[in-house]
Design a protein around this ligand. Structure first.
Ligand code: PLZ
Length: 446
C-alpha cells in the first residue's frame, strides 16, 4: 500500500482573520456579478488545495473536513489525477461520446462493472452530475418496467433539477417556490433510528413503508424506489440494520427497480466501495457522482444489463456525458483509491473519530447522537435533555470552527447536524487537530 504524498504543508495556519482582506474583496465583487441564489458555506476563497488542507487567497491554511461535499476523497490535487487530466486535455478535451466515441468511457464503464455491488451482468451510462444520474435512473426504470410511479423517502436528497427536486424531501432551500414538480412521486417513511419510536427494527421500518406503498400506489404501478443507503443532506442518517435488505428484497420480488443513490456514499467514503456493500444489498441500479473522478464533473448509472439495454438506441445521452478529461480523472481516481487502500483508510478514520465523539457526547448535553460510517460521520445537536433539534447551536459551532481554520459542513432536515467528510487521504495528526478544535468549541458553546 502506498502512503499519500502531499504538495502543500498539512497544517492549520491562520495569517489573517477569517475572512481576510482578499476574500472580502472577492465577496464584494461577487455580489455585483454572481447570482444571490448561490450560497457558500465558508467566507473565504480558495487558492490551492491538497490532501487535508485548503489554502485561501489570504494565505490561510484550513483543515478540510468537507471535501467539497464528499468529492475530493483522494485530495483536491492528487498527482495521479492531475497528470491524467493534463495528459488527456493535451490530446483532446471533447469529441462527444455520441459522435466519436473513445476508450476512456468504455474503460470507466468496465471499472464500474467491477467495483459496484453484485456479480451479475452490468452496463453503465455516464453523465455530468448526481442529479442527472438520478433523473436517468428513473427514466431507465420507467421504460424497463412500463410503470410510472416512483417512491422516495422522508429526509431524502436527490438533486435540484425538476424531477430530482420532486424526489428531494426538504422544502427550504431546495424546493420552495420552484414548483410545480414532476408528478407520480410518492414519499414514504424511512428509517431514522435516533428519531423513530424506540425499539423499531429495520425490518419493521421497511414493512411500514411497504404496506403504505401497497395500499397507496399498488405494486403494478410502481417503477422504482430510490434510497440513499446513508441519507446525506437529510442528516447522515444510517438506517437501522435490516431496513435496506428488506426493502430491496421486496422490490425484487415485485418487479420494482431498487435504485441506490450512492452519489454521496459511494467510492470508498463509508469504508467499502459502496455503502450497499455493508449489508450485502445488491441494487438494480446505482447512481454515482462526487467521489468518482477526484473533483472532475462525472456521474454514472450502473445496473442490471437487462434494464439498461432495454432502452432504445439514442434514448440516453447528453453532449458532455462521460467527457474524456473527466473519464481520465475517474480512472486515475479509482487507481489511487485501490493503491492507497482508501476503503480501509475510511474505516480507520471512523475508529479515530467515533470513540472521541462518543466520549464527548457523554459530557456535552447538546450532543443527541453520534453516527455514520467510515469517513461519513456526524453529530446531531439538540436542546439539552431533549431530542429537540438545535439548529442555532449547529450554525454557531460551524461558524466558530471555520473562523478557527476548520472547514466543517452542516446538514439535516432540521439543520442541526454537524457532518465530517474529510478527504480520505487526510493525515492522522491533522484530523486529530481538527477534532481538538471541534471538541473545544462544542464544550464551550454547549
Ligand atoms: N444524490 C445522495 O448527495 C448531492 C448537494 C449540495 P449533484 N449532494 C450535495 C447542494 O446543496 O446542491 C447529491 C446527493 C445525493 C444526488 C445529489 C445531486 O448531485 O452532483 O449535486 O447534482
Amino acid at each position: 500500500m502506498t502512503e499519500p504524498t502531499y504538495r502543500l504543508a498539512q497544517k492549520r495556519h491562520l495569517t489573517s482573520a477569517i475572512p481576510g482582506q482578499r476574500s472580502l474583496e472577492l465577496t464584494a465583487r461577487r455580489r455585483t456579478a454572481v447570482a444571490a441564489g448561490v450560497g457558500s458555506s465558508v467566507p473565504v476563497y480558495a487558492a490551492d488545495a491538497d490532501g487535508g488542507v485548503i489554502v485561501d487567497v489570504d494565505g490561510n491554511s484550513l483543515i478540510d473536513l468537507g471535501s467539497g461535499i464528499a468529492v475530493t476523497s483522494v485530495g483536491a490535487s492528487h498527482p495521479g489525477v492531475t497528470a491524467a487530466v493534463a495528459e488527456q486535455a493535451a490530446r483532446f478535451t471533447h469529441t462527444c461520446f455520441m459522435v466519436t466515441p473513445y476508450e476512456g468511457y468504455v474503460h470507466v464503464a468496465e471499472q464500474l462493472s467491477m467495483i459496484t455491488p453484485g456479480e451479475h451482468e452490468k452496463r453503465s451510462v455516464l453523465f455530468n452530475s448526481g442529479a442527472e444520474a438520478v433523473e436517468n435512473a428513473v427514466k431507465i426504470a420507467r421504460l424497463a418496467t412500463g410503470r410510472s410511479a416512483v417512491v422516495a423517502f422522508d429526509h431524502a436528497y436527490h438533486g435540484r433539477t425538476n424531477l430530482t427536486m420532486a424526489l428531494t424531501a426538504k422544502n427550504v432551500p431546495y424546493k420552495s417556490h420552484f414548483g410545480p414538480f414532476a408528478p407520480e412521486i410518492y414519499r414514504m417513511p424511512g428509517s431514522y433510528p435516533y428519531r423513530d419510536e424506540s425499539g423499531l427494527t429495520g425490518e419493521q421500518a421497511a414493512e411500514h413503508a411497504i404496506s403504505r406503498i401497497e395500499k397507496q400506489i399498488g405494486t403494478d404501478s410502481l417503477a422504482a424506489i430510490i434510497y440513499e443507503p446513508i441519507q446525506g443532506e437529510g442528516g447522515f442518517i444510517v438506517p437501522a440494520p435490516g431496513f435496506l435488505p428488506t426493502l430491496a428484497a421486496w422490490a425484487r420480488s415485485n418487479g420494482v427497480v431498487f435504485i441506490a443513490d450512492e452519489v454521496q456514499t459511494g467510492f470508498a467514503r463509508t469504508g467499502d466501495w459502496f455503502a450497499c456493500d455493508h449489508e450485502g444489498v445488491v441494487p438494480d441500479l446505482i447512481t454515482m457522482a462526487k467521489g468518482i473522478a477526484g473533483g472532475m464533473p462525472l456521474a454514472a448509472v450502473t445496473g442490471r444489463a437487462e434494464l439498461l439495454d432495454a432502452v432504445h438506441a439514442g434514448g440516453l445521452g447528453g453532449t458532455y456525458g462521460g467527457n474524456p478529461v473527466a473519464c481520465a480523472a475517474a480512472l486515475a481516481t479509482i487507481e489511487a483509491m485501490r493503491d492507497l487502500k482508501l476503503p480501509a483508510r475510511a474505516r480507520r478514520i471512523e475508529t479515530l473519530v467515533v470513540p472521541r465523539l462518543q466520549r464527548l457526547a457523554a459530557e456535552v448535553p447538546t450532543i443527541g447522537d453520534v453516527r455514520g460510517r467510515g469517513a461519513m460521520l456526524a453529530i446531531e445537536l439538540v436542546r439539552p435533555g431533549t431530542d429537540m433539534p438545535n439548529p442555532e447551536l449547529t450554525k454557531a459551532v460551524a461558524e466558530e470552527l471555520i473562523s478557527q481554520g476548520v472547514l466543517i459542513l452542516t446538514c439535516g432536515t432540521y439543520g442541526n447536524v454537524i457532518r465530517l467528510l474529510p478527504p480520505l487521504v487526510i493525515g492522522d495528526e491533522l484530523l486529530s487537530e481538527a477534532l481538538d478544535v471541534l471538541e473545544a468549541v462544542l464544550r464551550t458553546r454547549s
